[in-house]
Design a protein around this ligand. Sequence first.
Ligand SMILES: NC(=O)C1=CN([C@@H]2O[C@H](COP(=O)(O)OP(=O)(O)OC[C@H]3O[C@@H](n4cnc5c(N)ncnc54)[C@H](OP(=O)(O)O)[C@@H]3O)[C@@H](O)[C@H]2O)C=CC1
Ligand SMILES: Nc1nc(=O)c2c([nH]1)NC[C@@H]1CN(c3ccc(C(=O)N[C@@H](CCC(=O)O)C(=O)O)cc3)C=[N+]21
Ligand SMILES: [Mg+2]
Length: 289
Amino acid sequence: MSAEIIDGKALAATFRGQIADEVNQFKTQTNVVPHLTAVLVGDDPASAVYVRNKQRSCEKAGIQSTLQRLPAETSEAELISIVESLNTDSGVHGILVQLPLPKQINETAILDVVNPLKDVDAFHPENVGLIVQGRPRYLPCTPYGIQQMILSTKMETAGKHAVILGRSEIVGKPMAMLLIQRGQGADATVTICHSRTQNLNEIVKTADIIIAAIGKPEFVTADMVKPGAVVIDVGINRVNDRLVGDVDFEGVKKVASAITPVPGGVGPMTIAMLLKNTLTAAGIQSGCQ
Ligand SMILES: NC(=O)C1=CN([C@@H]2O[C@H](COP(=O)(O)OP(=O)(O)OC[C@H]3O[C@@H](n4cnc5c(N)ncnc54)[C@H](OP(=O)(O)O)[C@@H]3O)[C@@H](O)[C@H]2O)C=CC1
Ligand SMILES: Nc1nc(=O)c2c([nH]1)NC[C@@H]1CN(c3ccc(C(=O)N[C@@H](CCC(=O)O)C(=O)O)cc3)C=[N+]21
Ligand SMILES: [Mg+2]
């Protein structure tokens, strides 16, 4: 038996096509071009991959995209003032500050100053609060994309045990929040594991759905996976100039019922959801929603 490969690249292309149509309609109705500005401080390898693909996808969907590259030595005060000027620039609808930030910059301090209406990552505490309460303004791109991928498998998630590896604000925590909500592609029973978790292998072995987001190449191996589990690989790791996930794909695909590849899995879906959020942001700021 070999797992169904969840083709994130193809699924994302379908979503991007729909979004491009909606962007077109939006432009005709409002004369406004949705505009996303990303800020990249220094150079993180996963961020570099993201930036490249994001720029291209925005262009193809008719969304204007700007990248502000800042040197690794940029101070927290300098970055705050750049974010503040984007906040008040009415031509910019979405602001995305690439994480991780260099050591001298406190990430929370930066995310707190992003205008919540322009926060297409959904990292601002107001947006996080709305997600936790089940009334999201924006859905966090990576978890939202993953939920769409799980939905595409037609697997029932209600009552299933989802084990998330990693507790970051960008993937692990918001993923748990989406999966415990009521409704389609949710209603799961969720466990979050992290670097202090005891008996991690035994916990993972009980999962119907495994979501690996720890940034450790090929950490999840076949012996940790219950036969028939759905395995989502979020990891983006560079190993000898090759992109590998957090899951040992070749081993795990022999026991899982469905699995996402890296590349071509979660990454492209993250970008598709970012485009969707940028269009939503332009709508909110043009009084269309
Ligand atoms: N494809 C996509 O769209 C995206 C991919 N990524 C990728 O996903 C991965 C995770 O990213 P991100 O969430 O930002 O990562 P972080 O580095 O912020 O967090 C990693 C998490 O994994 C936990 N962890 C680390 N080692 C272990 C271990 N041995 N056992 C159990 N838990 C462990 C950490 O625990 P603790 O909290 O205790 O330190 C932490 O909670 C990275 O490879 C990143 O590049 C990220 C975002 C989007
Ligand atoms: N504020 C913020 N928000 C993020 O969502 C965010 C971030 N910072 N920092 C970096 C991580 C990483 N991330 C990726 C998204 C898509 C791909 C992606 O497109 N991956 C392709 C790569 C294809 C290739 O070029 O080889 C794939 O997996 O197929 C990768 C990585 C978003 N992140
Ligand atoms: Mg930092």
